[in-house]
Write a protein that binds this ligand. Structure first.
Ligand SMILES: Nc1nc2c(ncn2[C@@H]2O[C@H](COP(=O)(O)OP(=O)(O)O)[C@@H](O)[C@H]2O)c(=O)[nH]1
Ligand SMILES: [Mg+2]
Length: 407
C-alpha cells in the first residue's frame, strides 16, 4: 500500500519537535540558544541593561529570578546584567567611593594573593577599585611588590596605631589570663590568643577610622585564602549606594556561646540606655527569637563584608562600640567582630538595609555560599551547587529571609 507523502513529512516533523523538546530540558546551552525570547523583537525581551545610566535604579522592581526564589529581595534588587558592562574601560564609569580593605600580616602574603587574584579576575579588572592593606607591623617590600603587581588599581599600605591594636591598660590582666586559660581548657578556637582578640576589637571599632580610609564611603573586606566563585558583572558598591544599603553578607551562622557569654547582657544595657538609636523596622528578628530578651547567636560571617563605612562611623555605632569596649568582653571573653558588627547592623539599620548578596559565590573555610539556579550560570560560577551552606542547620540565613515574610 502506498503511504501518502504528507504522512512521511508529518512523521519527520514530529520527530524533530520531540528531539527539540528533549534537548531543551536536558541541555541548558541548547535551550538558551533556542529559547523563545531569542526570536522575539528586542522590546519584548526581558531588560538586560549594560550601561550605567540604567543600572540600579532605586525604584526598579525585582527581577523574575529574584521574586521566584528570594522574596526578601522584592522591590529592592534590580536585574544585574549577565555580562561585563560594555563601558567597563571607560574612565568616566560611575563609581562609588569604595575600596577593598585587607587586614593582614606579612606572613599572609601568598594566602592573600590567592584571594586578591580571584577578586581581580572576577570583578575588579573592570571595576577598578583601590585596595587598602592594614597591619599592626609595617608591611615589607615583598608584600607590597607582589600585591601591587596583581592589580592596575592603587594599593595603599597602612600601619595601625599601637594604642588601637593592643590590649588597653585598663584591662585587668589577671582576669584576662584566667579567661584565656579557661578557654584553653574548653578547647575554644583561638581561646588562647591575645593577637586574635586584638584583631577582633580592631575590626569591631577601629578599621573604619584609619586615615587611609578617610576618603572612602564603602568597603569590601577581603581575607587571605578565600574564594570568589563567580564573575561579578555589576557593581555591588553601586547597589549599596543607590539602594541605601549599609551591610552586605553571603554567609550567616550561629556563634559559639563560649566566646560571648555576656555579650547580649551588654547589648541589652545599651538598648535600655539609648533607645533613641534603635529604629522601628530594624533587624532584631534576625538576632532574637523572643523580641530581644535573649540572643539566638545568629551573626553574619564578617570575613566577607560589603559595608557602608559611615554607618560604622555614626554616633549610634560609635557609642555602641565604646559601651561594649568598656565592658571588656573583647579580652575577658573573646567577642568576635562578626557578632559585634552583626548586632550593630541589625539594631541600628532598617532590615531592608541589610543585603544578602545571593549571586556572589564565596568560600571561607569551612563553609561556602554557592549561587543557585539561574544565578549560577549567569555568574559562570565554578562551585558545586550542591555544596551550599545557606539552608544547612547551622546557618542563620533562614532567619534573615523570615524577617521579610510576615508583612
Ligand atoms: N596584621 C594582622 N592581621 C591579623 C592578625 N591576626 C589576624 N589577622 C587578619 O585578620 C583577619 C582574620 O584572621 P583569620 O586568621 O583569618 O581568622 P579567622 O578567619 O577567624 O580564622 C585576616 O585577614 C588575617 O589576615 C594579626 O595578628 N595581625
Ligand atoms: Mg579568615
Amino acid at each position: 500500500m502506498m503511504v501518502p507523502k504528507w504522512r512521511y513529512l508529518a512523521a519527520a516533523a514530529g520527530m524533530l519537535f520531540g528531539l527539540h523538546l528533549l534537548l531543551s530540558v536536558t541541555s541548558t546551552t541548547y535551550s538558551h540558544h533556542t529559547s523563545i525570547t531569542k526570536i522575539l523583537p528586542n522590546g519584548a525581551k526581558s531588560s538586560n541593561p549594560t550601561d550605567d545610566s540604567s543600572l540600579y535604579h532605586p525604584n526598579a522592581g525585582a527581577p523574575g529570578w529574584a521574586s521566584e526564589h528570594t522574596p526578601w529581595l522584592e522591590g529592592s534588587m534590580v536585574v544585574p546584567p549577565s555580562s561585563i558592562p560594555k563601558n567597563h574601560t571607560d574612565p568616566n564609569r560611575r563609581k562609588a567611593k569604595a575600596v577593598f580593605v585587607v587586614l593582614a600580616r606579612n606572613s599572609d602574603l601568598w594566602a592573600l594573593t590567592d584571594s586578591m587574584k580571584q577578586m581581580e579576575d572576577r570583578f575588579n579588572h573592570w571595576a577598578g577599585y583601590d585596595w587598602v592593606f592594614l597591619n599592626d607591623e609595617p608591611f615589607d617590600d615583598v608584600f607590597k611588590k607582589f600585591t601591587q603587581s596583581l592589580t592596575n588599581s592603587k594599593c595603599s599600605y597602612g600601619l595601625i596605631e599601637p594604642h588601637e591594636w593592643h590590649q588597653p591598660d585598663w584591662i585587668d590582666e589577671e582576669r584576662a589570663t584566667a579567661a584565656r586559660e579557661e578557654m584553653i581548657r574548653k578547647k575554644v578556637i583561638y581561646g588562647h590568643s591575645v593577637p586574635y582578640r586584638n584583631m577582633c576589637r580592631y575590626n569591631s571599632g577601629f578599621f573604619f577610622r584609619h586615615p587611609l580610609l578617610a576618603d572612602y564611603e564603602y568597603y569590601w573586606r577581603v581575607e587571605p585564602s578565600v574564594k570568589f566563585f563567580c564573575d561579578i558583572a555589576y557593581d555591588p558598591f553601586l547597589v549599596m549606594q543607590d539602594q541605601g544599603k549599609v551591610y552586605g553578607f553571603t554567609i550567616s551562622l550561629f556563634e559559639y556561646i563560649e566566646t560571648i557569654p555576656s555579650l547580649w547582657d551588654s547589648v541589652k544595657d545599651f538598648i535600655k540606655k539609648y533607645p533613641e538609636y534603635i529604629p522601628e523596622g530594624n533587624g532584631m528578628k534576625f538576632l532574637s527569637d523572643d523580641g530581644g530578651e535573649t540572643y539566638n547567636r545568629c551573626h553574619f560571617w564578617s570575613n566577607f563584608e560589603i559595608g557602608d563605612l559611615n554607618f560604622w562611623r555614626s554616633e549610634a555605632y560609635m557609642k555602641f562600640f565604646e559601651h561594649l569596649d568598656e565592658a571588656g568582653g573583647f579580652y575577658y571573653e573573646r567577642w568576635g567582630d562578626a557578632p559585634v558588627h552583626s548586632i550593630g547592623a541589625a539594631l541600628f539599620a532598617k532590615k531592608e538595609q541589610i543585603h544578602f548578596f545571593e549571586d556572589i559565590g564565596y568560600r571561607h573555610e569551612p563553609f561556602q555560599h554557592c549561587p543557585q539556579g539561574e544565578a549560577h550560570s549567569r555568574g559562570k560560577c565554578w562551585c558545586d551547587v550542591s555544596n551550599n551552606f545557606d539552608w544547612e542547620w547551622y546557618s542563620c540565613t533562614n532567619k534573615y529571609v523570615d524577617m521579610f515574610k510576615d508583612e
